[in-house]
Structures are given as C-alpha cells and as structure tokens.
Design a protein around this ligand. Structure first.
Ligand code: SF4
Length: 234
C-alpha cells in the first residue's frame, strides 16, 4: 500500500495532465479527425451508405420501441463530434439528462467532464451517449428487452462515427456492447474489440463517486487510451 494514496493519486493526475499538455503542444492530440463519408459493403459486395447521426436520429423519431418511452421526458440521443476519435458509452440517462435532453450532465456527468478536463479534452471533441436513450424509471438498470430494442441505434451511431477507441462506462454498457457476461471488475482495463474498434471498459462515474478509492484504476485506463490515441494519430 502507498503511504499516502490520495497524494499519490493527485501526483499521478498532475503528471498525466502535464504529459497531455505537452502532447497537445506538439500537436499530437487533436482528437477530432476528419473522415471520409462512410460506406459499408452489403451482402452483394456493393457499397451501402452508412446513415449519418442526423439520419439515425430521424429514423428513431418519437421512439416507442420499448416501454421506457412512457416515463421519459426526452430521448437523449448523444452529443459531441461526429468525427470523434474517442467515444464514451454509458448505460442510460438519469433525471438531469432526461430534463435537459443531454447525456452525462448530472452528477456522474460532472465527474466525467472533470476527468476530461484533466485529460485536456473538451466534451465537444469526443462523442458521448448511452446504451438506452430513454430514462429508466427511478434510475433502475435497463432491462434486457429495453437494451435489445435500443442497441441497434447505438451500433448505428458507432458505425457513423467510427471512433478509434470506445470507452464503455460500467457494467451495462460493457456487457451490452461486447455481448459478454464478464463482470466489469474482471474485464476493466483490458483492451477489447467491437467491430475492429478498440474498446476500453472502465468504471461508471457514478460508481467512482461512491467509491473514490477506485478512481486511480479509471485514470490508469484513460492513460492507456490516451497513449493509444497519441500513437495512432491519422
Ligand atoms: S430506450 Fe431506446 S428503444 Fe426504448 S423507447 Fe427509448 S429510444 Fe426507443
């Protein structure tokens, strides 16, 4: 055990921030990267246009594909750069997100924004969304049928953005995207793949809010993500 874990974490964060500022000055961490219009081969091998984020949102309409629509004020689609190299996926909107119609703006969102600040990343540079787009009543976990109904839209968002790295925040997002039952405590911090895209599972900010002693692990995960992005600049 370190003698003073809080101090050690503060020093770790400061040295990481300093390194990121240095990389930024070198021009190595411009997160948005322009991409060509996305085309995917269909079964016949001809190119099929991948819908844009606007087209996906339009396709969802006043979505009633699962029961969550009935208790929600908004459909929280997601926000950020359509060309983001880094994408964050949480599980579901909470009360504040439902009110504002924006992802990660409540208490957990503030923690995520603070973490991005420390990483010298602006929210507009990344893309942030959730597995389900409507708030589950009482902030309960989304049910399997609700995840199944909403997941195709998340997959379309990923196909439209084609980020280099996806960070899944917490158990629900990690298990839904990767189709695994592995507990987050086991899989966290280990690179995974979704459709050839690197995925870093880590803890959800609301978990880190309850267990601040675990923040160091998420910092280490994010450090690996940032190193990968710095090494794989387009
Ligand atoms: S959670 Fe997703 S599938 Fe369910 S109503 Fe909302 S947008 Fe539609």
């Amino acid at each position: 055990m370190p003698e003073d874990p809080v101090r050690e974490l503060a020093e770790l964060v400061e040295s990481l921030s300093e390194w990121l500022r240095y990389q930024r000055r070198l021009g190595r961490l411009g997160l948005p990267g322009a991409k060509a219009a996305a085309l995917a081969p269909d079964k016949e091998g001809t190119a099929e246009k991948i819908p844009t984020l606007e087209e996906i949102r339009e396709k969802m309409g006043q979505c009633k594909r699962c029961q969550l629509y009935s208790g929600a004020k908004s459909l929280v689609f997601g926000e950020g750069s359509p060309h983001a190299r880094l994408m964050f996926i949480g599980e579901a909107p909470g009360a504040e997100e439902d009110l504002q119609g924006r992802p990660f703006v409540g208490k957990a969102g503030q923690l995520l924004t603070r973490m991005l600040d420390k990483l010298v990343i602006r929210r507009e540079e990344v893309y942030i969304t959730n597995v389900v787009k409507s708030r589950p009543p009482g902030n309960r976990d989304p049910e399997p049928a609700e995840i199944e109904a909403c997941l195709p839209f998340l997959k379309m968002q990923i196909a439209a953005i084609r980020p280099q790295v996806i960070v899944t925040l917490g158990k629900i997002a990690t298990q839904a995207l990767l189709g695994t039952k592995e507990p987050i405590t086991k899989i966290r911090g280990q690179w995974q793949r979704y459709d050839q895209i690197r995925v870093m599972p880590t803890f959800h900010p609301s978990y880190l809010d309850r267990f601040p002693q675990e923040r160091k692990k998420t910092w280490e995960d994010m450090q690996r993500v940032m190193e990968y992005l710095a090494e794989h600049e387009d």
